[in-house]
Design a protein around this ligand. Sequence first.
Ligand code: ADP
Ligand code: ZN
Ligand code: ZN
Length: 793
Amino acid sequence: MFASVIVDIPSKSVNQVFDYRVPSGMEGLIQVGHRVLVPFGPRTIQGYVMSLDETTDFDPARIKEIARTLDIEPVLTEEMITIAMYLADYYVDQYISVIETILPAALKANYKKVLRLADSYTQEAENALAQVSNGSEVEIKRLDPDALKTLSPYLKSGDIREETVITQHTKRKMALAVHSLKQSDVDLSRAKKQQELYDVIDASSEPVFVRDLVNDGFSNALINTLHKKGLIAKVEAEMERDPYSDRVFTSDPPKVLNSEQQHAYDRITSSMDAQEAKTFLLHGITGSGKTEVYLQVIQKVLDEGKTAIMLVPEIALTPQMVNRFKRRFGDDVAVLHSGLSHGEKYDEWRKIKEGRARVSVGARSSIFAPFQNVGAIIVDEEHETTYKQGDRPMYHATEVAKFRSRYHDCPLILGTATPSLETFARSERGVYERLELTMRAGTKVLPEISIVDMSEEHRTGNTSIISGTLEAGIRQRIEKGEQTVLLLNRRGYSNFQICQSCGYVPMCPNCDISLTYHKSNRSLMCHYCGYESAVHRTCDNCQSDEVTFRGTGTEKVEEILRDMFDTEVVRMDNDTTRRKGMHEKLLDHFEQAEVPILLGTQMIAKGLDYPKVTLVGVLNADTMLNLPDFRANEKTYQLLTQVSGRAGRHELSGEVIFQTYNPTHYAIQLAMENDYRSFYEKEMAFRRLARYSPYYFHVLFTVSSEDIRKCLKATTHIHDTLVQEVSDQSIIVGPSPSPLERINRQYRFQIMLKYKREPELLKMLNNLDEHYHEAYRTEGISLRIDVDPLVIM
Ligand code: ADP
Ligand code: ZN
Ligand code: ZN
């Protein structure tokens, strides 16, 4: 028996399967999807079995044997193996990097270099090694230079050799537990507390964790007494790391659906019954009850003994969504997101793999949840760019979702109030079935939206970042004990520092961007590479002391609001939410202490649902409009609509104010009128003229290098290759400097390919990728190929 194995080396030259012999003792044991250790050159490395076969195309005499298997059950299903192949091809990437994205990080190999005694060695060598280690091997990393020097003669003589060993991260978390020994003549009638404890332990069919018993008020001494009496035994039992274990969720019964919700539910479930791999666009305004539809569809999936995957843009930003799922489905829900530790993620993953959880709620990578028998897949807020991974492999979760929907013949539901243009266009063409929810659920209505022209505001003498209208609105809410949410898409205190005498603005030495002033730690920071420097009181250029700060960030607005309204403000941005769990803490505090104002960057635009929020203000609706990206209008429309949706979701009605310098811009006007259809038509006209997606597909090539000449040379080469290889219906834009010309000392140039049909494209992209893989090693030039890019920076 031979196994085709993908090995754990992220290099283009080994992006293929290698054949290994399955040792006779392992036949039947090794299955497709197993992790195995295999010899590769002088080393032993981890690999994944992709297929098993009786024959091989290679010379059987020269084929090496698999050293050992790491799993009892395969970690990759056949489905995941096919997905890995498909994604690696589509996004021009390597199999191994996709496989490692699919699996929880805990299953990845961890290599360490050690020195250990060779098969034959001298006493001297053994003594020398014993000096620096307490066993027969030592990790090289842990040796100081002197120790290494002492050992080096033995390395040369061959008494000691260097080896790479693999360790796994997947230590299961164990804890002390006890179980009853089921003695027949237990009499504890004279020791009431002991009897009580014994009853608890005896009643449980599984070992009970000592920690839990202690939490319930039984002392360690008491537990030991039962142990000494021979009534119970102690064992190490495996513990699940459940991040939600200490939380109680009150149950939440299904609501009676309104007629639009019912229609959507019926369409989706009838496609489920027919076992169709159909994609639905659930286009519902904010608060129209999309989530309620998801919940009821999932209920039906579970009733039929199947499983469901629910994707959300980012869990940390939507704690309320997790709560709703936990309240409806309890322990059936596994939660997967980036905030979990490796161990926690691995535990949730195993819960799914072993069938102990049947619904997953999670961010992008949870689309790889190892479910069998999937009955429905839901992508909430489908327009969000976080669904596309920014690093390799640059996959889009919705692409994977479509694949899985076809694999399982189940419906895929894309939900949003503001569909991406691509998705809406497909629903127009009938590729997706569109389901509309046009009313807010229950008796609620959409908030009133108005626009304040900030240039007008300045002309009439108010230069503050808070307009008169907004100020009055906030005051009113404070008086009535209601709450306001304010969006400002700019963190830090001031945008930048400027010298009034020579105009000098301190820039990041590594990137092509001005530094942002952060008052709390009196520093200038680069938001791209993290560079930080102290603020200087005098200009670095002319030594003048007339340096000031311009532009307003969240940190400064927080101060302005405190002064203006003399009230508490909760601020949410990357600075205040860096620590784990801070999102939720700040939001809980905002809700429970009824803090009058929540100020935040984009991260507050999604998912929040608080009954007392009746006013939403957007301090600068234009920030997104000015991005150098053809999707700037679309992003603006989406953000404004999302954040508006936070107001008046319950009994109290809501109001929204957009402050802008472009009051007549259609993205802002139509967001105010809540007219998605008109926005879609206007934007499509622009995309057609400018020949952008969805009329064309895109591939973005970004070349970077510390040496600007190398960059130019490479972009010219790529440009020439494209000109030669693509049809004349395709358009090549560039080369031009990227909107961010330099990040982290790397110069960046880009080329955009726009095409409708290029059958040979994939092959060409792979060739380019391969070529530049080599160039990266030899010349420090890197090429990033982004297929279907969402961000053009
Ligand atoms: P969306 O996901 O579209 O923003 P939600 O599902 O969060 O909307 O619904 C908004 C609010 O309306 C929630 O508080 C939800 O509990 C409530 N709701 C949803 N559907 C119904 C219904 N059929 N009857 C009454 N209330 C509902
Ligand atoms: Zn100066
Ligand atoms: Zn920088």
